[in-house]
Design a protein around this ligand. Structure first.
Ligand SMILES: [Fe+2]
Length: 294
């Protein structure tokens, strides 16, 4: 197991090199304050240092190590079938905050878990909003980035471009910017263990490779959720994953069953060919001004 980072008084240090105002104190109330809600909707992200208590955090790290061993042995399991990571998908301190931000109802899109080792190549600028094609931001999808052993300027830094969530671009359409700073972009390279960042999925972000971290792999989990109101593109196994989650009790005696609702999604692939065939010129003309309610 990797050692936990000892950040000492890191909670009082700025999380961003250039924007102290972005820090949300870990003593924040369970529900998101009005100011934080306003900040999230304007800037597109919200930082929650040390959100996960240290016992749960240690169990998650241990379990992520197990998952890495399983993957090395080509034993690929659904992440919701792992007890601790499954529970993370309905972690009440996050779900209650999300209710305030994008509620009352939303559904889990996915959970990804990874251990980024020293020398990790990073990820170019991109955004992760699920929509095909990308045309609007009428409803909100969020990713919750969990940094189980924090960020300390090694392995990879998180880059975000605040307020970019409403600039409609294809998911990889900004990849040509690599992992360079962009005008107004921020670097997140100092977070205590157990921290979470809620980001609007359409926020432009990147992971910049950094040297070091040979004895501090980066424990990273992201869980994403889609606001009710429209159907969202999903992957073929979502129904199986949701059934597994509900059977494992991740709905927490029914309170959070709504997170595992496959009816909020559609499978995109069967529509791709037909869409490519008809996608010429302006989509508005193809729709003839008729919306889903028309
Ligand atoms: Fe991403």
């Amino acid at each position: 197991m990797a050692q936990m980072l000892d950040h000492g008084d890191s909670k009082s240090r700025p999380l961003f090199r250039r924007d102290k105002a972005a820090v949300t104190p870990s003593s924040a109330p369970d529900l998101v304050s009005e100011a934080d809600q306003e900040f999230f909707h304007r800037e597109g992200y919200l930082v929650l240092p040390s959100l996960i208590d240290s016992d749960f955090n240690t169990r998650l790290i241990d379990e992520l190590d197990e998952l890495v061993l399983h993957r090395q042995a080509k034993d690929h399991r659904m992440i919701v079938s792992y007890e601790q990571m499954g529970l993370l998908t309905s972690h009440p301190p996050i779900i209650e905050r999300l209710k305030a931000l994008i509620g009352p109802r939303f559904a889990m899109h996915h959970i990804h878990s990874a251990r980024h080792e020293a020398g990790n190549g990073g990820v170019n600028w991109h955004q992760d909003y699920e929509q095909f094609p990308q045309t609007n931001r009428s409803h909100i999808m969020v990713h919750v980035f969990y940094y189980l052993n924090g960020l300390n300027g090694t392995v990879g830094d998180l880059l975000v471009l605040p307020r970019s969530q409403n600039l409609v671009v294809p998911n990889g359409g900004i990849g040509l910017f690599g992992t360079h700073d962009l005008p107004g972009s921020l670097v997140v390279d100092d977070l205590p263990p157990g921290s979470a960042i809620i980001v609007h999925s359409a926020l432009w972000h990147a992971r910049r490779p950094k040297p070091g971290g040979e004895d501090h792999a980066r424990y990273f989990i992201d869980v994403s959720y889609c606001q009710h109101g429209v159907l969202w593109p999903a992957y073929p196994r979502i129904a199986e994953i949701n059934t597994t989650a509900l059977e494992a009790g991740l709905g927490r005696e029914g309170d959070y069953d709504f997170l595992y609702d496959s009816d909020q999604f559609f499978e995109r692939r069967p529509l791709d060919e037909s869409f490519k065939e008809h996608n010429q010129g302006s989509i508005a003309l193809q729709m003839k001004g008729v919306g889903v309610d028309g």
